[in-house]
Design a protein around this ligand. Structure first.
Ligand SMILES: Nc1ncnc2c1ncn2[C@@H]1O[C@H](COP(=O)(O)OP(=O)(O)OP(=O)(O)O)[C@@H](O)[C@H]1O
Ligand SMILES: [Mg+2]
Length: 300
């Protein structure tokens, strides 16, 4: 893997708080990484250090084999921050032109408009008069203006309506197809599940899980097999097997919880209970998130 970003034992302490605690990871070119974690977990602080906006208290960050604040690095990165602030007094088109002029190989203005869904009306409007969602769109356009190789978004879709959100992810997919590397934080777990090939789960300044969405979901200790069965049928036979942790009925289906779903399937056939429409419940990212970021130490 050709790593374009590496954090080695990175820590950031504020006066009374260690916001990021000894974090290490590498991201390869073309990866799409989602950063998840509860409020205050250290996502924005990590992103700010990668962008060179905050200096780590300890540890090292390398981007394209350089330090984050170097000019060659800045030219290759685009970003959309959690707090959107826009330049006042200029029209959107003027701001786009201005920011494009800072980069050696900016994206074509037309392409920028197409990718981000800015309208003719938006372009004529002064930035401070845009609505919250329109400001996000401008901020997205500014992130892409320099045709960056690495794009970092901190909670990009907050405040976007459904159409804008769909458009945003559509564009992100197009960018990944061009081989761009993308890092984004989000509280919408479905977005991480849909868009990311890798998830970092932050808790209290540390990474408690790093893997594909599938791998992280697989870390939920209890999976289940569900099926439809004659409601009169007693399921006592299944209870006798120690591999089964719990059995419950929900919405006309029976759920059998176990860490070993293969074994549950065997038992269902072995005990001839006449189960129909059998499904293996792989677990949801929400459940993994709750388990891995909750206070349940055993889950981690
Ligand atoms: N400038 C600062 N001074 C002091 N403490 C800070 C500062 N910036 C962040 N923190 C603290 O560091 C911790 C991590 O904050 P950070 O903004 O990185 O969290 P986050 O994961 O981005 O949360 P959210 O999901 O709410 O955006 C929090 O406890 C926060 O209060
Ligand atoms: Mg944040």
């Amino acid at each position: 893997m050709n790593a374009i970003l590496t954090l080695t034992n990175v820590t950031k302490s504020f006066q009374h708080k260690t916001a990021v605690n000894n974090v290490s990871f590498s991201i390869g070119q073309g990866e799409v990484v989602a950063i998840l974690g509860p409020n205050g977990a250290g996502k924005t602080t990590t992103i700010s250090m990668i962008l060179g906006l905050l200096k780590p208290t300890a540890g090292e960050i390398r981007l394209f084999n350089l330090e984050p604040h170097e000019k060659q690095v800045r030219e290759k990165i685009g970003t959309m921050l959690q707090e959107v602030s826009v330049m006042t007094g200029l029209k959107v088109r003027e701001i786009l032109q201005l920011i494009r002029s800072y980069y050696p190989k900016p994206l074509d203005l037309e392409e920028l408009i197409n990718l981000t869904g800015l309208t003719e009306q938006d372009l004529k409007t002064r930035a401070e008069k845009l609505s919250g969602g329109q400001k996000r769109r401008l901020s997205f356009a500014l992130a892409l203006a320099g045709n960056p190789e690495l794009i970092i978004f901190d909670e990009p879709t907050v405040g976007m309506d459904i159409t804008s959100r769909n458009r945003f992810w559509h564009t992100v997919r197009a960018l990944t197809e061009q081989g761009k590397t993308i890092i984004f934080s989000t509280h919408y777990l479905q977005e991480a599940d849909d868009a990311a090939d890798r998830i970092f789960l932050f808790k209290d300044g540390s990474i408690v899980a790093d893997g594909t969405p599938q791998q992280i979901k697989a870390r939920i200790s209890k999976q289940s097999v569900s099926f439809i069965v004659d409601p009169e049928l007693s399921l006592e036979k299944l209870y006798l097997h120690s591999e089964i942790d719990d059995i419950y009925r929900k919405d006309n289906r029976v759920y059998v919880q176990s860490t070993n779903t293969d074994r549950v399937l065997e038992l269902i056939f072995q005990e001839k209970i006449g189960a129909r429409d059998i499904q293996i419940e792989r677990g949801k990212l929400e459940e993994a998130f709750e388990q891995l970021t909750g206070n349940d130490k055993e889950a981690i």
